[in-house]
Design a protein around this ligand. Structure first.
Ligand code: ADP
Ligand code: MG
Ligand code: ZN
Length: 484
């Protein structure tokens, strides 16, 4: 009988830190500048220059370590990882090999079925980013297909967060990554923008028979540019490796990448060993000493973390746990909620709008939270307009959608599109008369006691006013006119 197999996954996440300057020089880290303008002899790796460690980078890594329950090493050191690649002008990357800044942390999580699981963090280490290769097939005069290199990114600070092989399904991997991303965003140490490459995930996956504790051969998946792609790639690997193992074959240890087009993983290269990199201690940087006092000071500055904010939202606003969970996934979403509630103090109504129309639009338009232009204040203004009878709840949804897209003030939208509710009795009375005159048959049905006819007449008045008549008032006027 073929045994069942258990997937085993370990993740390595690279996160760019949002410091002003690079890790070993003063060059700017800003994204999107002209190629190669943010460089200097140090990050270009010219002979004879000396790296100087950026203190903020260390502080940010300690913050990440504390939030992930890691121990912070009182002494850590830097190492050179040697390899040749055109985006690495020095021929080596400065990283941390055997004495990383943080180790032995964990994250407690629960999966989609609310089953708790723990992912242990093996280590967090500091390193410098490499440059970026740009492949061009056009725009290069007579040459076709050239590779260009942009070294603005060389020396941008990174932390690499490595888990133990504790993750047992693609679902768990997604839950872990979302939680990690949200923590880094809350700490404001990385913007975690996957499109710009500020957050990059490598995944290691192997299978083992369920009745065995011995880990199987793993493959490493590189270049995952979205969590969705990662999940698909992991699913694919589980199927591929299951098939190999079920046929008594052996999984070859190698590096593979996800091909979006064919929806399969393909071989990139054989797996490299630590030996291939000829690690050696970085001679130009002294070991880094971190005092308990400094760690204590940083601990005091730690902002509220996602799970802490979740608990606070439940207590402070009397929100259901589910709402609090959804609202705190992203810091900007929680900020949006709290800013709206500060001006419209009915938390459940605000939460309903966010979890309903707001998140629906985010999803439909496939937006990231940092692309959102709607402010909490405008949502509050919109909700007040409903309460004041200036617009109906139905019209509010239309205004909301426009507000979401344009970031315009709701009052302006209502004015421009003439959406103000008609609350004037005499004005509505005229319209009701007109509708009655045009629908004698419906009036007969109404007197015959048909509820459908009454609804039809109300509908006609709403249609006549393009939806902006005050519905309660219409019901009242109609009732009065048809009483006799
Ligand atoms: P490398 O130096 O090749 O990156 P590491 O030992 O640092 O290797 O491990 C990298 C990642 O691979 C870690 O997240 C670890 O948990 C994971 N890992 C190690 N062995 C396995 C395995 N057999 N199956 C799945 N993941 C593994
Ligand atoms: Mg690795
Ligand atoms: Zn530089």
């Amino acid at each position: 009988m073929v045994p069942d197999f258990q997937p085993i996954i370990g993740l390595e996440v690279h996160a760019q830190l949002v410091t002003e300057s690079k890790i070993f020089c003063g060059c700017s880290t800003r994204f999107g500048a002209e190629p190669n303008v943010q460089t200097c002899p140090i990050c270009l790796g010219l002979p004879g220059v000396l790296p100087v460690l950026n203190k903020i980078v260390v502080e940010y890594a300690i913050k990440a370590g504390l939030a992930l329950h890691c121990e912070i090493n009182s002494i850590c050191k830097f190492d050179r990882k040697n390899y040749f690649y055109p985006d690495l002008p020095k021929g080596y990357q400065i990283t941390q090999y055997d004495q990383p800044i943080c180790h032995s942390g964990y994250l407690d999580l629960s999966d989609d079925q609310s089953q708790p699981f723990r992912v242990r963090i093996n280590r967090i280490h500091l390193e410098e980013d490499a440059g970026k290769l740009v492949h061009k097939s056009e725009d290069c005069g007579s040459r076709s297909g050239v590779g260009l290199v942009d070294l603005n990114r060389t020396g941008v600070p990174l932390i690499e967060i490595v888990t133990e092989p504790d993750i047992q399904s693609p679902d768990q991997a997604r839950v872990y990554l979302n939680a990690l991303k949200s923590i880094l965003e809350y700490l404001e140490i990385s913007d975690c923008n996957m499109e710009e490459g500020s957050l990059r995930v490598d995944a290691n996956i192997s299978l083992r028979p369920v009745n065995s504790n011995k880990l199987g051969n793993r493959i490493e998946l590189k270049n995952m540019n979205s969590f969705r792609a990662l999940e698909k790639a992991l699913d694919f690997e589980i199927r591929r490796q299951t098939q190999i193992l079920s046929n008594r074959g052996q999984v070859i240890q190698e590096t593979r990448m996800w091909d979006e087009k064919i929806e399969e993983t393909i071989v990139m290269r054989g797996k490299e060993d630590a030996g291939d990199y000829r690690y050696l201690p970085e001679p130009d940087l002294p070991p880094l000493e971190i005092s308990a006092k400094w760690i204590g000071e940083i601990r005091k500055t730690l902002d509220e973390l996602p799970h802490e904010r979740r608990t606070r939202l439940i207590n402070q606003y009397d929100l259901p746990e589910y709402d609090a969970q959804v609202l705190t996934i992203d810091k900007r979403l929680a900020d949006f909620f709290e800013s709206a509630v500060s001006e419209y103090p009915n938390p459940k109504i605000v939460s309903n709008w966010i979890m309903g129309d707001f998140l629906r639009l985010v999803k439909e338009k496939d937006l990231e939270y940092d692309q959102l232009i709607l402010t909490g204040r405008y949502l509050a203004e919109l909700l007040k307009m409903i309460d004041q009878g200036i617009i109906s709840g139905k019209i509010a949804k239309i205004v909301f959608e426009e507000m979401f897209e344009t970031g315009m003030q709701p009052e302006k939208i209502v004015e421009q599109r003439n959406l103000k509710q008609i609350n004037d009795k005499s004005q509505l009375s005229v319209i009701v008369d007109k509708v009655l005159a045009n629908n004698p048959a419906a009036i007969d049905d109404y007197y015959a006691g048909k509820e459908r006819a009454r609804k039809y007449l109300i509908g006609q008045v709403m249609k006549e006013t393009e939806g902006i008549a005050n519905p309660q008032l219409v019901v009242m006027i109609l009732g009065e006119k048809l009483k006799s």
